[in-house]
Design a binder for this molecule. Structure first.
Ligand code: TMP
Length: 274
């Protein structure tokens, strides 16, 4: 399904790359949408010289296999605010429980002391730079992995599946808009104490629909919840997934469909994890 995020991910791609990344029907849909010219997709024609900004995106993370010997599956749900992560985490947990799996549902930022600092900054109570925030999220994430009682690594080793609402992909996307995304990627993806998820499922809903939902559901607003920032974050998610596509299992799910359809797709992705 050619979702908004997939289009963003392909924005600068050459046709050969488009055909490598998309199944034939989606590539055809893309060509039908943008038209082809001399074997190239019109909208993506200009093969840009890489500028400084794009060079940062060429960063290739090196770490291969964290959490070795683990028995549970580690699943992350990502998406813009309002994309439906909370609902789908509950539904997925219920279905996995029905299959007899033990499941730990968790979220970032956490309720740790550092998580509290992050929440204060998100609420606008303390002004923090993007780099400060990136470091705080990192610290919270390390604690979230290694805490002997509530850490993700321990649950996975014990055979419990972990479902996490947001993870390092959010750091790259949110802090990556105002800090150096390569640096944020490096400290998260190469940190030996941070487990790599078995699957990252991105719930793709248009920016307009996310804003509509946020406006109807939220009583307060956080620092990232303006339309302009949400649009930039969405682009950064596309950059993030392009950047880590090789080493991460990323699934983009069209969230603009009935809840049951979306939930069935998420479940089938999780069942497909080897
Ligand atoms: P949420 O609890 O409503 O998902 O809000 C968390 C906010 O924190 C959301 O705006 C995204 C942001 N965030 C980051 O900026 N970086 C991160 O690494 C994480 C996990 C979340």
């Amino acid at each position: 399904m050619l979702t908004e995020l997939r289009l963003l991910m392909l924005e600068d791609a050459k046709p050969a790359e488009i055909e490598k990344r998309l199944p034939p029907d989606e590539a055809e849909a893309l060509y039908a949408w943008h038209g082809k010219k001399d074997g190239a997709v019109k909208a993506f024609l200009a093969l840009k010289e890489y500028g400084e900004e794009e060079k940062k995106l060429l960063y290739k993370p090196s770490k291969k296999t964290p959490a070795s010997g683990k028995k549970g599956n580690f699943i992350v749900l990502e998406g813009l605010d309002g994309a439906g992560k909370t609902t789908h985490i509950e539904l997925l947990k219920k279905r996995l429980n029905e299959d007899g799996r033990s499941v730990y549902a968790t979220a970032e930022p956490t309720s740790s002391a550092v998580g509290g600092l992050v929440r204060d900054a998100l609420a606008g109570l303390h002004t923090r730079s993007a780099s400060e925030l990136a470091a705080l999220f990192l610290c919270d994430r390390i604690q979230h992995n290694v805490n002997p009682k509530t850490g993700i690594a321990g649950f996975l080793q014990a055979g419990t599946d972990v479902i996490c609402d947001r993870y390092y992909y959010s750091s790259l996307a949110y802090q990556g808009i105002d800090s150096d995304i390569g640096w944020v990627a490096h400290m998260n993806l190469d940190c030996p104490d941070i487990c790599r998820p078995d699957a990252c499922i991105f719930l793709d809903l248009s920016v307009e629909r996310c804003i509509e939902r946020m406006e109807s559901e939220r009583l307060t607003t956080e620092i990232y919840e303006t339309e302009e920032i949400i649009r930039r974050v969405k682009r950064r998610f596309a950059d993030t997934f392009r950047m880590c596509n090789e080493r991460e299992n990323i699934f983009i799910v069209n969230a603009d469909r009935p809840k049951e359809t979306v939930s069935a797709e998420i479940y089938s992705i999780v069942k497909g994890i080897k």
